[in-house]
Design a protein around this ligand. Structure first.
Ligand code: GAP
Length: 442
């Protein structure tokens, strides 16, 4: 993890938020390469989830009517038990003390459970994870709104709007990507548990009685999505929630877990939410949330199958999964360790890099022209500094799938070498053939 965090900063994937002020705990900024990777992940999700006839897209507001969060159960239930250390003032989740360390610099590395055993902690109290703010100029109880802790509620309350506007029939789904906020007591493990993050959620509305079948379908689809983007199968697993650990709305729930350096962690949840959400919104809003099925002339409250992935957590899983240290030969035949990010080509932040072998004999001009011709089609990078071997390593480290080199033979026959990141194999190709070659492989 330390290597990844440092590479992320050095190469511009992820920076600490407000770093020059000492950072803000639980918040991160995506740098030039990070934003490309994140956009590519979201784009792949969007295509997989909405380029089909039975799912529509939505982008609901982050701020919602406060009653939404009463209906959803968040005001009442979205809490974690919290304790404070009377001595060092550190704050812990009462159910995670086993993994925590004492907050005092004087006791560096000491287990928090020891401090607890010595009676230094307060009684546990429930802490609601929703961030509050106010609408309008008056900061009173009547003006309180919340930053949404999940995108799902924006979908539930728009269920009938989307259904009517798109003339969808059940079963169908609504997908959304957006920011969510949780005032986590303990943020940890880089992007894994943060206070501001992004979710990619899809709610699939089905007829009661068909819910188990659709739950099975979406469970398989979602696992296949991670695998289709190259994630190593032996680092992915399902984890079924025990009946006594199910969320208040769920009939069945599976997490897709990824094996991070610190252990298995959830990256996506697939939930059978029953008719809980629509029934509650019907009850709290006084508006019918029922669906009328023409065919059987029947009115019912749909069940919902939810697929809820973290974009930020998936980003971190793809980053971890891509990272390799490999032995590779240098130009003079010695061996060295290369760091290579084996991103799936569709996710790679940059698709190709273009190098002139030397900065003379017209090579830079030809390389610049290749870069300019490719640029409208993909993210490309031009690099003319240092030995070519070093330029390859710099691109390996950020996962660029192809490097194109202009050399003396180019001057004679208008061909270039194309080097593939993982195999490091080089091919000679006519400049004219570059674009179709890259397109096919990307
Ligand atoms: N609508 C259901 C829901 O929000 P969740 O299991 O609480 O379910 C879904 O969250 C996903 O959102 C998680 O699998 C995770 O990827 C991501 N997520 C949740 N809390 C997060 C946090 N504090 N930081 C980063 N990602 C988070």
């Amino acid at each position: 993890m330390e290597k990844l965090v440092s590479l992320s900063k050095r190469r511009g994937f992820v920076f600490q938020s407000s770093e020059i002020y000492g950072g803000l705990n639980g918040c991160w900024d995506y740098g030039p390469l990070g934003v490309e990777l994140l956009r590519n992940i979201k784009e792949q999700w969007w295509q997989a989830m909405t380029y089909r006839e039975d799912v529509e897209g939505l982008d609901a507001a982050i701020l919602m009517h406060p009653t939404v969060w009463q209906a959803s159960g968040h005001v009442e239930n979205f809490t974690d038990p919290m304790v404070d250390c009377r001595e060092c003032k550190a704050r812990f989740r009462a159910d995670q003390i086993e993994d925590a360390l004492c907050g005092s610099p004087a006791y560096k590395g000491r287990k928090a459970s020891k401090c607890q055993a010595e009676g230094k902690f307060t009684e546990a109290r429930q802490f609601n994870l929703m961030f509050k703010t106010f609408v309008g100029p008056v900061e009173d109880a009547g003006a309180v709104v919340y930053l949404r802790p999940e995108t799902a509620q924006g979908i539930f309350v728009n269920f009938l709007n989307v259904q009517a506007a798109s003339r969808q029939k059940i079963p169908f789904g609504i997908a959304q990507i957006g920011k969510a906020f949780r005032n986590e007591i303990n943020t940890k493990n880089f992007l894994f548990r943060t206070r501001e993050f992004e979710q990619m959620e899809m709610q699939f509305f089905v007829k009661p009685g068909t819910d188990v079948e659709w739950f099975t379908y979406w469970k398989a689809e979602r696992m296949a999505w991670f695998e289709s983007l190259g994630m190593q199968k032996d680092r992915l697993q399902f984890h079924q929630h025990e009946p006594d650990k199910l969320a208040h709305y769920a009939k069945d729930a599976y997490d897709i877990e990824y094996k991070f350096p610190f252990g298995w962690g959830e990256i996506e949840g697939i939930h059978n939410r029953t008719d809980f959400d629509l029934s509650r919104h019907e009850q709290f809003s006084g508006k019918s949330m029922k669906y009328f099925e023409e065919q059987g002339k029947e009115k019912f409250t749909p069940f919902i199958i939810e697929t809820s992935a973290g974009a930020s957590r998936s980003f971190m899983a793809f980053l971890v999964d891509a990272y390799r240290e490999e032995e590779a030969p240098t130009a003079d035949g010695k061996m060295e360790t290369r760091v290579v990010m084996r991103f799936h080509p569709r996710l790679a932040p940059l698709k190709a890099a273009v190098f002139p072998l030397v900065n003379r004999d017209g090579m830079p001009e030809i390389a610049k022209k290749i870069e300019a011709d490719l640029r409208p089609h993909m993210r490309v990078f031009y690099d003319d500094s240092g030995a070519v071997g070093r330029r390859y390593r710099r691109q390996d480290e950020i996962g660029t799938p192809f490097c194109i080199t202009v050399d003396s033979q180019t001057l004679a026959d208008q061909t270039v070498t194309v080097r593939e990141r993982d195999s490091m194999r080089q091919e000679r190709l006519a400049i004219q053939a570059l674009l179709p070659y890259l397109r096919e492989r990307l």
